[in-house]
Ligand binder design. Structure first.
Ligand code: FAD
Length: 554
């Protein structure tokens, strides 16, 4: 099945192996920590799901109740990118809308790198997946007895189903977690860090986990689903919560799983920018409802950049904001809603209203300071249309994957949808696999992790983390060039040399190692792609090149 996806790849030969930095990274060890199975507790399950966002829980709910499912989340079960989704889920629900238009909008945003069959399949599955959420108790906002549909950038029709105004993720997660908790076959381990995938004889067998209560443990499973979400925490400015440290990308890479398109990080154009406050996303739906972007001189600049003005695709808006910030020598631009009906705006965006009030901003009158922030990791683990990765026994769904849906730029509100569709497909494929293979006892393969170097005394992880995030923002941000990328690579290589060989005994160290590894993969891919496409903008290669209409696989 994977062959179909790979057949579309056509990296120019000269770039395959000799491009600077694209050589495989030499990792000091297969596993981040040493472990001896004889000394650790063992747990067994039929299906193990790493991650409890929309993709993880949708997978869990698709597994028949006769099979044991374990969902592992790194933090509280409610801490995920899914929880914070504001705008909603895209789907053709209006009789006046057409599948072909949703497909065309997705392909248009993806700038030549979408897999057309994947796009078509996901778009056509959307109404069914949204209907399923309604059956499970999700209350989408209604108008005249039907689901109210919003418009977002890049969409040619109003097709975004939203809930609680601007808290769609919170409502969806409430419903799916409640469903999962009601199922007797689903267990949830919260605050449990998955450190590594365990592989043996070319198959994924389970994971090594750690939590404060149990310490280290091995979990063995007949099928494993990776649903660990994104990588926004690699950047100083991001909309992502603290869990998004690219753990899944890193553990997949260590296990030899194929990844691609790591240069494509999508930046959200409008993140509340107030020094000292946490960065909060201000949903695209604000612009969908008519909000303007103005620079520090009060000029509404988006019509200068794109005919769709504020509703241009995200990459265009983020890049325009960055250019305008540079032109005006100002650290941010402003969202202006003062020309819109205040009563409607307060009702439609109650969460943003509350957030702005916390900073003494009346968003119906005052200008809201915003700047772009890292938002959505487009690249990731390659999956086929059934959610299978290149490692047998391992499936993947959601933001950690590269399915072919988003291409070089994700269309707004297509990612919750992707998580639902691929979560369901993984579950269906695994259910078939478990059914066909019949009940079998799980064998414990002879796997152990060796380690020698330990200790962290000399490494200030807080300082290192902030330095990496600042470097990524400066050199691997909205605009890149060869000099900046080489500088970033040298710096990250230097950090990798003394951080990766260490054996840490706590989550901060493992997250740091994952972040460094993934930063290095992203920089290598961005350096190799000598063109601008979608969210990847090279100042030294400003044009899109037909030669680069291909994926970069690692
Ligand atoms: C502020 C914000 C707003 C957004 N708005 C929208 C929107 O309106 N519409 C839309 O379509 N998309 C939106 N997105 C994107 C979308 O929310 C995500 O792409 C999607 O929810 C990802 O789902 P997921 O299940 O793949 O990952 P997540 O929801 O991020 O879940 C990841 C899970 O993996 C767990 N995990 C991670 N690492 C480990 C580890 N080492 N061990 C154990 N568990 C681990 C986490 O604890 C978490 O449970 C938004 C994102 C953000 C941040």
């Amino acid at each position: 099945m994977l062959a179909g996806c790979f057949a579309r790849m056509n990296i120019p030969d000269k770039y395959q192996y000799d491009a600077l930095m694209l050589k495989p990274l030499e990792l000091p060890r297969r596993y981040l920590v040493g472990f001896d199975p004889k000394e650790l507790p063992h747990h067994f399950t039929d299906v193990l799901i790493i991650g409890g966002g929309v993709a993880g829980f949708r997978s869990a709910l698709g597994i028949p109740e006769s099979q044991r499912v374990l969902v592992i989340t790194k933090d509280q079960v409610r801490e995920s990118n899914s929880q914070y989704a504001q705008g909603g889920i895209a789907g053709v629900l209006d009789p006046e809308d057409r599948f072909d238009d949703h497909i065309a909008d997705t392909l248009n945003a993806g700038k030549g790198l979408c897999d057309v069959d994947v796009v078509e399949g996901v778009v056509r599955e959307a109404p069914g997946r949204i209907g399923e959420l309604i059956d499970w108790g999700t209350h989408f906002d209604q108008i005249n007895g039907s689901v109210a549909l919003g418009l977002e950038g890049g969409h040619s029709h109003a097709r975004i189903a939203h809930a609680l105004g601007d808290a769609t993720g919170r409502e969806i997660m409430r419903a799916v977690i409640q469903q999962a908790r009601a199922r007797r076959n689903i267990r949830i381990w919260q605050n449990s860090i998955t450190i590594d995938l365990l592989s043996h004889e070319g198959r994924c067998r389970g994971v090594l986990v750690w939590d404060r209560r149990r310490g280290f443990a091995l979990v063995w499973a007949r099928a494993v689903i990776l649903a660990t979400g994104g990588a926004g925490q690699l950047y100083r400015e991001t909309t992502n919560p603290a869990i998004a440290t690219a753990d899944g990308h890193a553990m997949a890479y260590r296990a030899g799983v194929r990844l691609r398109d790591m240069e494509f990080m999508q930046f959200h154009p409008t993140v509340l920018y107030i020094a000292g406050s946490a960065r909060h996303l201000l949903t695209e739906a604000l612009r969908g409802e008519g909000a303007y972007l103005r620079d520090s001189l009060g000029h509404r600049f988006m019509p200068d950049y794109h005919p769709l003005a504020e509703l241009a695709p995200r990459d265009t808006v983020s890049q325009a904001i960055a250019s305008q910030m540079a032109k005006t020598h100002h650290s941010n631009v402003y969202l202006d809603l003062s020309h819109l009906d205040p009563e409607f705006i307060r009702k439609r965006f109650p969460g943003i209203d509350r957030l702005c009030r916390d900073f003494n901003i009346d968003f119906t009158k005052d200008q809201i300071p915003v700047c772009p922030g890292a938002h959505y990791m487009i690249g990731g683990v390659i999956v086929d249309p059934l959610g299978r990765t290149s490692l047998p026994g391992l499936w993947a769904a959601g933001e950690v994957t590269s399915s072919g849906l988003h291409g070089a730029n994700r269309l707004a509100s297509n990612s919750l949808l992707e998580g639902l569709v691929y979560g369901a497909r993984c579950a269906a494929d695994i259910s078939r696999f478990l059914e066909e293979s019949g009940p079998r006892p799980l064998e414990v393969p002879p796997i152990s992790g060796s380690s020698s170097e330990a200790g962290r005394d000399s490494i200030d992880l807080v300082d290192l983390r902030e330095s990496l995030r600042a470097l990524m923002w400066r050199r691997m941000g909205i605009s890149r060039d060869a000099d900046g990328l080489r500088d970033a690579a040298r710096q990250v290589d230097f950090w990798c040399r003394y951080v990766l060989p260490h054996v840490f005994q706590d989550p901060t160290g493992w997250a740091m190692q994952n972040m460094l590894l993934v930063a290095r993969l992203m920089i290598a891919s961005a350096n190799a792609r000598e063109e601008s496409r979608g969210v990847h903008r090279r100042l030294d290669y400003p044009e899109t090149s037909s030669e680069w209409r291909c994926h970069i696989e690692l």
